[in-house]
Design a protein around this ligand. Structure first.
Ligand code: FMN
Length: 208
């Protein structure tokens, strides 16, 4: 069933409004563009879904933003590049995420790709009920949109929110890239990325 890809390829999607951002409402023909049905036509439970999908390794990012002049952010593995021209990226926050709700109001975000030396930040920014202390002892400076760039990140990608789509229990947040950089030391030996696989963190090792 087409979900994200179809929604992004479709134009225009009749928009609805939620939290101030456009949401694809899935009214294109009678297809499932921008719309996910509730049909339970599968033979697995959510635990099995998590276990199998956990076999797909991801990078680890902290998506940052500002809310009432305070930095906010959360650990996100669902970051992806979307389009080169125009330059678009995206990520998927849970619909009930407090961090996304506060970040959305600012209209921008910055994706910080974590290094293998930043595993502590991965867990710190994923912990619930402690959101106000996530930036304690974390060095950062503002990107052009004002969102935090975290020191020693492998790369950062600064974006304005272009559109937000509803996708099951998540949103797909589409961002238009306004600035980006990698290899903070500019010496060609920038920090190595942090990876997440089957619930654990590790590093990258070149094999070929
Ligand atoms: C490696 C890793 C990747 C994660 N990726 C996502 C993600 O893509 N989307 C998401 O909603 N939560 C993701 N999380 C969980 C959030 O970081 C966590 O739910 C966090 O508490 C959300 O903050 P909030 O409750 O303040 O919104 C991930 C956590 C970890 C450890």
């Amino acid at each position: 069933m087409p979900v994200v890809a179809s929604a992004l390829a479709a134009s225009p999607i009749a928009p609805g409004r939620l939290d101030g951002w456009l949401i694809g409402s899935g009214t294109l023909a009678e297809s499932s563009v921008g719309h996910v049905t509730d049909a339970a036509d599968h033979s697995f439970d959510s635990q099995e879904f998590r276990t199998v999908l956990g076999h797909f390794p991801t990078g680890v990012t902290i998506v940052s933003g500002m809310h009432d002049d305070e930095p906010v952010g959360f650990t996100i593995g669902s970051f992806t590049s979307v389009s080169l021209d125009p330059p678009l990226v995206g990520f998927l926050p849970m619909k009930d995420s407090e961090t996304w709700a506060s970040m959305a109001k600012g209209g921008s975000f910055c994706v910080n790709v974590l290094s293998r030396d930043q595993a502590d930040l991965c867990w710190k920014f994923a912990k619930s009920d402690d959101e106000e202390h996530r930036y304690d002892e974390v060095k950062w400076h503002p990107a052009p949109t004002g969102s935090p760039i975290i020191d020693r990140a492998v790369a950062w990608i600064d974006c304005n929110v272009e559109e937000v789509y509803e996708m099951g229990d998540h949103y797909f947040v589409l961002g238009r890239v306004v600035a980006l950089d990698a290899d903070a030391d500019q010496n060609g030996e920038g920090p190595f990325p942090l990876l997440f696989f089957k619930g654990t963190l590790g590093g990258f090792a070149a094999e070929g």
